[in-house]
Write a protein that binds this ligand. Sequence first.
Ligand code: ADP
Length: 647
Amino acid sequence: MQQTIDNAYPTIPVARRLRTRLTAYFVLLTVGVIGIVTTFTLIQVRNQSMQQTFHQLESIAQLKQNQITRWVHEGERTLNLIIADPEIIDESMSVLADNPSAKAIQDTLNNEFRYSIEAQAEGESIFNELIFYNRDGRVVAGSNAASINKVVTLQPYFEPSLRAGYVTPPYYEIVTGELTMFVTHPVQNSDGETIGAIGGRLNIDVLREVTAERAGLGETGETYLVSIENNYLLTPSRFEGYSMQRAYRSEGIDSVLQAQNSFGIYNNYAGTPVLGVYRWIPELQAGLMTEISEAEAQVIITQTSTLIIGLVVVLALVAGVLGFYAATNISRPIVRLSQVAAQVAGGNLSERAHITERSEIGLLAKTFNQMTDQLVSSINELDHRVEELNQTNDALRVATAKAKEAARVKGEFLANVSHELRTPLNAIIGFSDMLLMGMSGELSPKQRHKMERLRENGVRLLTLINNVLDITRIEARRIEIITKPFSPRALADRLSAQMTVLAEQKNLDFKTTIDSQLPEMLVGDEHRIEQVVVNLLSNAFKFTDSGAVTLNIEVNPNQHTWDIVVTDSGIGIPPHALNVIFEEFRQVDGSSARAYKGSGLGLAITRNLVRIMDGQIAVDSELGQGSTFTVTFPLVVNMEELEKVSA
Ligand code: ADP
């Protein structure tokens, strides 16, 4: 149960992370797309807005330029009209040019001039003053009495005015310091001689009015004229502290005074960054500047940007909320499923995912439930199997205990019976020996034969009983192994002496070979080793009718072992019987074994003895060719080594 609780929690943060991630992807995607579109739009808006501002400034500049040139031309036209009046030219001016003190003529002309100005004043007053001066530059007539008799030779228009119609660019009059602009025209007499010139002082206020008109120029826009003469302003700055008779410079002013018409963004004369459009007006020898501060021009951009960014933020928020909602919807069943999975993993197999969605997640939940059902049924089946196995185990344990007990009883019984049988058998054999030796008088051949059969069967029975006793002792682990140093060569000599009799009886060759490397002394139970070899050699002679039997003793120093190899050229053992022959009471073929006699216990005893002495036994045989039995023991040459081997 503890495990269930531990496992249930880790899935929740994982699922929350899933939801957070989904929301983040959603918002990022939306904001990303909106962001790109917005950036693009903002750049477009900025460019267009700038362009629009420049266009607007351009049209304002154009309009003002038109107004100014029209005004100048109007001045010229008006002056031409006055000069075209024959009365004035032919009579008045001619006379006055020669005789400036002709008072009546002068008065007439003065009146005429005043009248001209007043006539215009009804409409729009082009001139403030009209003057007529002779070739010496003396004003001989004029609309303003104060000007009469003044000398204008130093005025910038004087020289050019005697040659042709001329418009002086605005200039500051030396005496009065006033901004002045004259339109002049030479006057000729009937002989075509230039007798003087007529000049009209233009009403400069018109220029101020034109530039002061700020329609379409917003809060910071202004239009002004800069003269090429000393870079003075011809119209006042709309800002305080910038007097007109001072040199002004800016990127725009510098360009326009080189007679360029263009536009740009630059710092104006006051150091404010502006968007400006400028026009060169040749009649005034001045530049018309139309400027608006960059800050104001950008207000609209800033406003639009703010609006768009605000919109983006709102959209991002909406996307966030929608994304969160969608992510929650998507992740909720996954969260539930993972919680159920954790519960199941923790051992709560009754838990199921209740997700009805018709989506992949629904399918997943269904499959998960099926999987859990399958798991439950598998576990139930396993439990059932385990139960069955436990029962079988219990039964087996009981049966084993019973079998062990039975074996023990059998062993005990056999040991007792064998012991009981040996005593009378020894007596039978002993008495038959005595009878055969003639101790009770000579036996007839018939009697001797029967007595010999009696003795032979007695010996066989005793051997069988001894074997049974041995195997019973071995099984009951009641056999004792006495290990001590012995001479393997002496053992081999003894065995070959014993067996030579048997070999001679059956007319078989018998050879014993001993490895020269075999140590003089080995450690082991000499008596039991002898029992093993006697068993093997007895079988070899028993199952061999012709040929030879050999006994080899070999050493394998590398493996630290020594071998006893018994080979015969007898009947051989069929492959299927090779393992079986080591089992108790087993013979290759009951009937043939009977022919050779024996009980089927010899090899069983042999193998058990070999194993008890830490050795191994192997057999190699071919039917009709012969058999080889190899017994391998560890090579132990002294008692200390024995302890090591046993350890
Ligand atoms: P037995 O008393 O019958 O010899 P063993 O246990 O010694 O019992 O041998 C079991 C059987 O193995 C024998 O009956 C025989 O069939 C077979 N056997 C053992 N040694 C040989 C051998 N050297 N050649 C052929 N068969 C053999």
